[in-house]
Design a protein around this ligand. Structure first.
Ligand code: GUN
Length: 289
């Protein structure tokens, strides 16, 4: 087999940075008399959610955070789930509440998110936390885990986004919008692209830092990236062959970019580490009051 051409971009792996974060959380947790507790709510029948929740709970165990799992039926009503959320809000032993999304379609997802005590909202999805983030008051907010992990990844690579053009492809509440806020708070010039963007290539080509979180494998081709750009791939799509794929054509883009994250092993581990960091923050803040 012919040798593959040397890739140009530096691979920015999340695992080592996530491990450093997890070690810091574990060291802190080890000093606490009472361990933090994360309540995880999961709807049955979604294999991807099962996998994510298993990873999150395994990471909790590793760092000494208690995790409690609450399974809800596919046929669950909004009212019943709200009852559970209120019970968890009122439980002094519970420091963080995570409702794994998506929820079954009969459930009012917004009502559930808004019912979570913002102080226990370790996903950072509650409007109060999103509002604080959007106002630049990150210290008072709980910042959602994937966006927080992306910023930590960039920082670990020594990337200062101030003054840089950062294009965010995707405007989801979980990734695109909060990433755009975090970058704006750091004085980046932020462009957000969505499914109606007329000339995607024109906006991705401008980016010094390109963050892509859409869920469409191969969306970003080599010719859509500015030479030397930093590319963060948040996509995680399961292919027919069972492999995970990002949104970026890794082979082509790594010939053009200066730094690129792999899928899997890039942003994913950072999400989990940031979630546990948020759980510790939530624990500490509630006890300081
Ligand atoms: N579904 C996909 N990503 C996430 C996440 O970060 N948090 C929750 N709760 N659900 C998700």
């Amino acid at each position: 087999m012919a040798p593959s051409p040397a890739t140009k971009a530096r691979l920015l792996e999340g695992k080592p940075i996530a491990d450093t974060m997890l070690s810091a959380v574990a060291a802190k947790v080890a000093t606490l008399a009472q361990k933090p507790t994360l309540a995880v709510v999961i709807a049955e029948g979604n294999p991807a959610s099962e996998l994510y929740v298993a990873k999150k709970q395994a990471a909790c165990k590793k760092v000494g955070i208690n995790s409690l799992r609450f399974d809800i039926a596919r046929t669950e009503t909004t009212a019943k789930l709200l009852f559970l959320i209120r019970k968890l809000n009122a439980d002094p032993k519970v420091d963080g509440i995570l409702v794994q999304l998506p929820l079954p379609k009969q459930i009012d997802e917004d009502a559930v998110i808004e019912a979570i005590d913002p102080q226990k909202d370790v996903d950072g999805f509650h409007p109060i936390n999103v509002g604080r983030l959007s106002r630049g008051d990150e210290d008072a907010a709980l910042v959602s885990a994937t966006p927080k992990g992306i910023i930590k990844l960039l920082e670990s690579a020594g990337v200062d986004v101030s003054g840089k053009i950062c294009t965010v492809v995707g405007t989801s509440n979980i990734v695109g919008k909060p990433v755009a806020y975090l970058l704006t708070n750091r004085k980046a010039t932020v462009i957000t692209a969505n499914s109606k963007t007329k000339d995607l290539k024109a906006v991705t080509r401008q980016a010094d830092v390109l963050v892509v979180g859409v869920g469409k494998p191969g969306l970003v081709r080599g010719d859509m990236v500015k030479p030397g750009a930093i590319v963060i791939d948040v996509g995680t799509s399961k292919l027919a062959n069972g492999k995970l794929a990002g949104d970026v054509d890794f082979e082509a883009v790594s010939q053009v970019a200066s730094i690129i994250t792999p899928v899997p092993g890039g942003v994913g581990p950072m999400t989990i580490a940031s979630l546990l960091d948020n759980t510790l923050i939530a624990y500490e803040r509630r006890r300081k009051k």
